[in-house]
Design a protein around this ligand. Structure first.
Ligand code: BG6
Length: 481
């Protein structure tokens, strides 16, 4: 089943930070893949803007190299793609390059500015875009995470952007929302009759959300050590997953209808008791340095792992825990959401049939897909013995022609910016509400002076994380690819 590609309108996309790491790894290769897919019209133009002193040819060579390294798809049209690229050297804090940039922009196409720079520059860029007459009422700005460090800084960033742009022009990226399976969560919930009637505390025992990585902090130690897993992953990515699982059906699949419902979930989250929270830090082993060695702070108290139990206090979810866990250097790269249903109210097969539960597991990566664990009779004449088997659907197998890759989150999200669709972007009030929930949790462990629990690299995190569920008579699903 080949996917239908509808070309977007002609556009000028300016990438501030156009020579940076994100542009090199994700934005530019993602744009090339959309170009290969036929989604970019003839008149589309991409303008890199950064401090470096490139000319257009130099920038094209830089982009060609990035695509070679991170492209992942070659449609042999690299020259045609590069022909759409331009470059202007600008000084974000000064005057250099701005009028030149203004001259390159056309009036009759979609105009988008991607702020792929640290949040410290958002205000400078916004101001200069205005001063130089580029910030038209229809233009769009795209901003990356981290969107603030806490509620106060997020409010300040929102205010900075609001001074120059309407909320309808601001696209705050959480790349998890662009992942194919994450969008599928909504399709599965609201496109089928099967699940929604059971989607509540009456039928769901608990929900597990796991985002496990095998990578460590590597070269990002400087940033990461000031953030930790809570700010880097939970406040945004895991929170968004939780919202999509827990929200009420929006009346329409439109940006504000969806975001209103997500916001209600965040506001219904209870504060997290410190007994329901485990922080961890990976230790050095014979082959690899530990977290502290990697970040260069041998006394760092920042967590590279976190597990917690959250509760959504509303009519639908009261009494159903949401267990969240994420960490680096764990045993496998594996992200999934598991909806664990309750036991059947009465077993007609007697106690010897054992305990059987339906589990709907939504795998985000790798091997995107959905598995429903169902109970059936074990084949053979040995009486009524029950076994659990997975009804397994891999999206790549079910949907893609052989070998076709599921598009990267950035591809989808950038095209949504051009289409003017904000559904998969975070609204300002959502981000603030997420910080309002996270801040007291962080403050709590800081005040208690807590040190994260050490864990082995290649493990499932600290022992205490296992205990978090054991105490409730439950267990985590195994972390595996
Ligand atoms: C980023 C975090 O937002 O997401 C990283 O800053 C993390 O620390 C990454 O590694 C995970 O993204 P993905 O798409 O690889 O799951």
């Amino acid at each position: 089943m080949a996917s239908r590609v509808i070309p977007v309108d002609p556009f000028d996309l300016v990438i501030f930070g156009g020579t940076g790491d994100l542009a090199r790894r994700k934005i530019l290769p993602g744009l090339y893949r959309r170009f290969c897919a036929g989604q970019m019209p003839e008149e589309a133009r991409i303008i890199g803007a950064a401090r470096s002193d490139y000319d257009a040819a130099g920038y094209r060579a830089f982009v060609a190299e990035a695509i070679e390294e991170f492209g992942g798809r070659d449609c042999e049209q690299i020259d045609a793609f590069l022909a759409r690229l331009d470059y202007v050297a600008v000084d974000a804090k000064g005057t250099g390059g701005w009028s030149e940039l203004a001259q390159r922009l056309r009036d009759d196409v979609v105009r988008a500015f991607y702020f792929s720079v640290g949040p410290g520059l958002f205000g400078d860029l916004a101001e200069r875009l205005h001063k130089n007459g580029m910030a038209t009422p229809e233009c769009r700005v795209v901003v990356e995470k981290p969107f603030g460090h806490d509620l106060e800084s997020a409010r300040a960033l929102n205010a900075t952007l609001a001074a120059h742009f309407d909320e309808g022009q601001i696209y705050r990226i959480d790349h998890y929302l662009g992942k194919e399976t994450v969008q599928n969560l909504m399709a599965v919930r609201f496109g089928n009759m099967l699940f929604e009637p059971l989607w509540n505390s009456q039928y769901v025992d608990h929900i597990q959300i796991t985002v496990a990585e095998t990578v460590g902090v590597g070269g990002r130690g400087g940033y990461y050590d000031k953030s930790g897993a809570m700010r880097d992953m939970v406040q945004n990515h895991l929170m968004q997953l939780l919202c999509l699982i827990a929200m009420e059906p929006p009346a329409k699949f439109d940006p504000d209808a969806v975001r209103d419902e997500k916001l209600k979930v965040i506001r219904a989250l209870d504060p997290v008791d410190h007994h329901h929270l485990v922080r961890g830090q990976y230790e050095a082993d014979a082959q690899n340095p530990g977290y502290r060695e990697e970040t260069g702070d041998l006394r760092s108290k920042t967590e590279s792992f976190i597990a917690l139990r959250a509760s959504v206090s509303n009519w639908r979810w009261a009494g159903t825990p949401f267990y969240l866990r994420t960490g680096k250097r764990l045993r496998a790269r594996s992200s999934e959401i598991a909806v664990v249903f309750k036991d059947a109210p009465h077993s007609i097969f007697g106690p010897e049939a054992g305990r059987h539960r339906n589990i709907l597991a939504i795998r985000l990566q790798p091997n995107e897909g959905i598995t429903l664990k169902v109970t059936i009779k074990e084949p053979g004449p040995g009486g009524m013995r029950l076994v659990d088997v997975p009804l397994d659907m891999s999206f790549a197998e079910a949907l893609g022609p052989e070998g076709e890759e599921i598009p990267d989150a950035y591809e989808r999200l950038i095209m949504d910016v051009i289409r003017g669709n904000q559904t998969l972007f975070m609204r300002g009030d959502e981000v603030e509400a997420a910080w309002a929930w996270t801040d007291p949790i962080i403050r709590g462990w800081e005040e208690r002076g807590e040190v994260p629990k050490p864990y082995d690299q290649g493990s499932s995190g600290p022992e205490d994380a296992l205990m978090l569920l054991h105490r409730d008579g439950r267990r985590w699903r195994e972390i595996r690819e």
